[in-house]
Each structure stands twice: as C-alpha cells, then as structure tokens.
Write a protein that binds this ligand. Structure first.
Ligand code: FEO
Length: 172
C-alpha cells in the first residue's frame, strides 16, 4: 500500500506526463502544417514516449494497490515559428519535468518509500536523456541556420526516428 501523499504526487506526475505528450503532439501538428514531416515525426515519437512515461507511473500505482486518478489535461500552445523555437521550448519544458521528478524522488525518500524512490531512479536517468536530445537538436538547428539543404537533410534525419517502448514497460 502506498501513502496518500506519495499517491497524490504520482497522480500529479501522471497528469504532467500526459500534458507533455499533448504538448509534443501539438508541436508535431504545427510542423505537419508547415510541411516539415521529419520534425513532425520526431515530435510524434516524443508524444508516444510521454504516454509511455505516464503508463509506467500508472502501472506502478496499480502494482502498489494505489488509486490512479485522471485529471483534466490543460491546454497547450499551438504555434511555433521554427523547429529551433520548438526545441528551445522542449528543453525548457524538460528542465521543469526534471525538477518535478527530483522533487518526487525527495518526497519518496522523506516518506521512506524506497520502492517509489527506486522506480523514480529510472526517470532520473531518462531526464538526462530527454534534456540531452533537445540540446543536441538545438545545436544542430543553430549550426544549420537558414541553409535550405541543411534543413532538408536534418528533416530527413528526424524522419528516421522510430519508437521503441522503454524496457521498463515491456518487462512489466
Ligand atoms: Fe516524460 Fe519528457 O519527460
């Protein structure tokens, strides 16, 4: 059984992960409309990853005999002028998610809920990757600037991104 305090915090995190997914789906649709299919694909995959993050927390609460409570998902922005703008927004958002995961980790530790703390360790590592991915793409788009051929090549690269379910999810 899980404490109400930790359960409420995990439910809030489930909502945050679903909001993140909604944000990236909105970015994907923005770039579909702009004729940037590769960038759109990258964000569609990111949408799937965020759904997986929510699912990991959902499965964990169920396993701990907790109660998952799904709250409304707040509205997300709809317009980004360039891929660089979207990846800068992505990095800023992921930094906020990292802070939320760290707070959750600290709460689990304070509550002596070591099972939750262990599950959160996976997310701590995942956030390093999330921030790094966004940072690398910011660097690439900055390097390319307005070079049409460069932007076309990078779009092709992002079109090749595929979704792989996190092993923590497939192992459950
Ligand atoms: Fe669920 Fe992008 O962190």
């Amino acid at each position: 059984m899980i404490s109400n305090k930790v359960q409420d915090a995990i439910n809030a995190q489930i909502n945050a992960e679903l909001w993140s997914g909604y944000l990236y789906l909105s970015m994907a649709m923005n770039f579909e409309a702009m004729g940037r299919p590769g960038v759109a694909n990258w964000f569609r995959i990111q949408f799937q990853e965020e759904q997986a993050h929510a699912e990991i927390f959902i499965n964990y609460l169920v396993q701990r005999d907790g109660r998952v409570k799904l709250e409304p998902i707040a509205a997300v922005p709809q317009d980004w002028a360039t891929p660089l703008d979207a990846f800068v927004a992505t990095l800023e958002h992921e930094k906020k998610v990292t802070a939320m995961i760290n707070d959750l980790y600290a709460l689990a530790e304070a509550e002596k809920d070591y099972a939750t703390r262990d599950r959160l360790a996976w997310f701590v590592g995942e956030q390093v990757e999330e921030e790094d991915n966004a940072r690398q793409l910011i660097d690439k788009f900055k390097l390319i600037g307005d070079n049409g051929m460069g932007l076309y090549m990078l779009d092709q690269e992002l079109a090749a991104r595929t979704y792989t379910a996190p092993s923590i999810l497939s192992a459950e």
